[in-house]
Ligand binder design. Sequence first.
Ligand code: NAP
Length: 372
Amino acid sequence: MSKMKLGIVGWRGMVGQVLMDRLMSEGDFSHFETSIFSTSQKGTHHPFTLINSNPILLDAYDLNSLKQMDIILTCQGGDYTSKVHRELRSSGFKGYWIDAASTLRMEDKSVIILDPINKHVIESALKNQQKDFIGGNCTVSLMMLALGGLFASDSIEWISSMTYQAASGAGARHMNELLKQMKFVTDDVMKEGDNLSDKILSVEKKVKTLLSDPSFPSENFGHPLAFNLLPWIDSELENGQSKEEWKASVEANKILQTKNPIAIDGTCVRISAMRCHSQALTIKLKKDIPLNEIESMISEHNPWVKLVANKKAETLQYLTPEFTSGNLQIPIGRVRKMNLGPSFINAFTVGDQLLWGAAEPLRRMLHILLEY
Ligand code: NAP
């Protein structure tokens, strides 16, 4: 039987690099005949040694080349999706479109893919001839995998989620800028020596001055993220939420196909971690459930969730971006009943937003298509 033709767009970005790495390490390219597309380097060689692959980069805007594919998997971003998807479909493309960008997520014809949570939704969409399969918002997907057991048992009334999101959530150029910002400050203040603790308040004043220096690098974030945090991610909505905050409820309920939507809201904050999104959760359960049952539901739901004991040593070792980076495990800890009442649960979770928050659901969708 001939292999499906897979076209990949956006391999150079953060999500794309992690995806290519996963596809190669899992031997996935052996199942496909692969073409790699580029918006900026068409006609040159791509840097990968892949079996069954055209070594030359194709033009990611050439509808005729795209139309030859059975599957297009893009991590190029929303602008690309907006430019190409509709026109490609109108030109007769009947293949599968798998996408990391948010552009198509809430379209009726799209399915948000997170198969450990909603494989049944994906399978029924395939039976209905749906062709657009879109990865969810990274923070939402990570929260849903961490709390999969509580969603599956329909135990949740509402969730308040306060996020701590890494620079890499905004892409490669933003990560680079965070490093430049850190260097800009430390190169200057550390000229005075290593031991500044006896004059640390005046050093802090100097740092503040450097953050507002006209040559401080902030072209991408628009503000200092180093030595700072930014409590607004994505655009403004009229109801006072940021778009990132809005996504939590609408996407989670679309993933679950809930009849009675679960309210999810909170504040999304960019912090200066390089990679991995964290979130502090207040969960209101529908009823009082003993803590050991809650812990079992959480830890037994899927192979990736890792319940961390609510102890200082374990928390500081395992419940951090440092531990989680590059790791498919999703640690969740600080799980305890809150003083607010017996049905209120506190939790903290961290996940690699480039893996389970972006690349992995897309990669797994390819396998679902192979099995279909
Ligand atoms: P990104 O790192 O900014 O990469 C997107 C594209 O930017 C690349 O494919 C590349 O296209 C171009 N680019 C320009 N300068 C670059 C540079 N210095 N290094 C690498 N690429 C560069 O974006 P991303 O974070 O991968 O996100 C891609 C999509 O996934 C977005 O829609 C995003 O919203 C979504 N998403 C991201 C995350 C995340 O954690 N980052 C999570 C979930 C979903 P050319 O090679 O054609 O120039």
